[in-house]
Design a protein around this ligand. Sequence first.
Ligand code: SF4
Length: 704
Amino acid sequence: MSITQTTTCCYCGVGCGIVVTKDAHQNITLVGNENHPVNKGMLCSKGMNLHYTVNDKTDRLLYPQMRYNKNMPLQRVSWDVALERTAAVFKTLIKKHGPDSVAFYASGQCLTEEYYVVNKLIKGFIGSNNIDTNSRLCMSSAVMGYKMSLGEDSVPISYDDLELADCLFVSGANPAWCHPILWRRVEAAKEKNPSLKIIVSDPRKTQTCSLADVHLQLNPGTDITLHHAIGRCLIEDGKVDQDFINNSTNGYEKYKATVFEKSVFEAAIICGVAESDIRIAASFIGNTKGFITMWTMGLNQSVIGTHKNLSLINLNLITGHIGKPGSGPFSLTGQPNAMGGREVGGLSNLLPAHRNLTNESHRNEVEKFWQIPLGTISAKPGLTATEMFEELNTGKLKAVWILCTNPLISLPDVRIAEAGLKKAKFVVVQDISNKVETLKYADVVLPAAAWAEKEGTMTNAGRYISYLSKIVEAPGEAIPDAEIICRFAKKMNFKGFDYENSSAIYDEHAALTAGTHIDISGLSYTILKEKGAVQWPYPKEEKGFGTARLFTDHQFYTPDQKANIQSFGDENQSEPLTPEHPLILTTGRIRDQWHTRSKTGKVNKLNQHISESFLEINPADAKARSIADNDVVEVLSLRGNVRVKAKFSDDIKAGVVFMPMHWGKILGSDLNRVNNLTNNLVDPISKEPDFKFTAVEVKPYQKA
Ligand code: SF4
């Protein structure tokens, strides 16, 4: 007998609905959910092959393991033994070195309930803010951009707005590959409305550009210059919304002075694009009724990422294109639940429901709710993703607990993470895969349930909260991540982790949002199962599908309710190019792989698209180095090297090379790991790394 259930895709931030059928042998098949408001039945290549990752359990961690000292092999132990040892070590370290001697490093792939309990555990009970996630690597610049401009981390639009816009500016994103179903909705909108204008800015001519009316192939790091130049054109052409600027914003005059510091001609030279193309892009924006700016890692993953975000959001603010149909800024999230993590405060500088860590009354609200003494939550922000591994190296941080992520492939300048894990006094790895490289350094290994083996919720890039069903049993002794954290909290003798099920965790999280801008106190598992996905806020009185659009009254979440048009210079602070390292390396995703490939790497169909790492290089740069197409080349930076095949492409600007982020030691070699090369510079505001700008040289590889 087969059973059918609905759930949500666990890959990207689009958050597509899926219908899963399970047979008598617990094997599953799946199709897109036609009734889901996000994807309306469509799935991309990753989503439609997701069932293979569940049916194939050959690489799964099946039981807890532990080593009694660093020189011993991992041995199978019971859950009680693993968690009691971990609790004993944590108690000792906290007593001797203070609560900031331990840290949790989580993931934008954790469910909201998992994020909630781990955040509660460390901030409310251990008394440290040392929790950060791999979301720091992809969207923290967007969080700061929204906070500084709109007053809070709030995506203003709904996916449906994409079909109502008549101008879309995609800046530093390749949604055709990285958010495919959302992009299919844009393709359909363009087909229906050929006058929809699409502007794309990207140093690479990606698949997304095939739909563009104008592609601004800018030099890496010049996004602010480009956005400022477009702002200048709009002002010169009288295409700004002066009423909106006067009534609903601060900072316009300073902005105007800033963008007039460079002529459009000068900006075009710096950006490496035609002045006429900048003016065409500005004319599209200036003559539109609905204007959406859409961006992701090309802006976020930068040492000036927050300012890049703000410079783009400014284009919505000066034209008044926010809070109305088909208009607004729209940051795409890479991971399926980066948004949920933000909502529960699961980063080192956040508190639940967008409360501020530095605000005493906000801390007290959370303390009262969690029934812990006032003053327990520290006002000091904790360590961010990169800082954690740096502090393991200095010895200030003694223990790290890694959940659901693989920092030995994904962190910048990965040598730092590796040296940190070697030096750490105690490492806990909580994962689904027995292949992750971090296991080598783990003192305790905890097997977690995977997608379809546990229930919970996620929030996608458009504020839609979706429910994920438990469909099959987890293999061996693996259990859901939230249950692991709650069992550990009880071993630490903390009260408040005795949840009956994940619905109870969700209800507690929802209750803590009451009265805030992300109020979901009216939203339960029952409603989510019935409606598929709804957009927050969803307060008690809400009966529909949530709130499609924020700021419709042009009242923002700032103290004076006005949006802030922010001004700043446009100089890039990335690693300088030198004669030894004259090329700019930029990293990113490919269509059919996900993150560090622990799931997609198992699926033959997905590996057929691109089966190995590569270096995309302009033929002119290659020929100047005597490199032929498909030659094995060595790429070198000040940190390390990689060895991959060169792929010629005219689609990448001369002077720029590209490597995918996905490969690393999971295949038995670290010579294809791009983060051997990247540097550990971060944006000083968002603390997000500079993955899009590394100085490198490329040479033909000569065997010794
Ligand atoms: Fe999954 Fe994203 Fe593809 Fe949708 S677009 S099926 S959420 S990977």
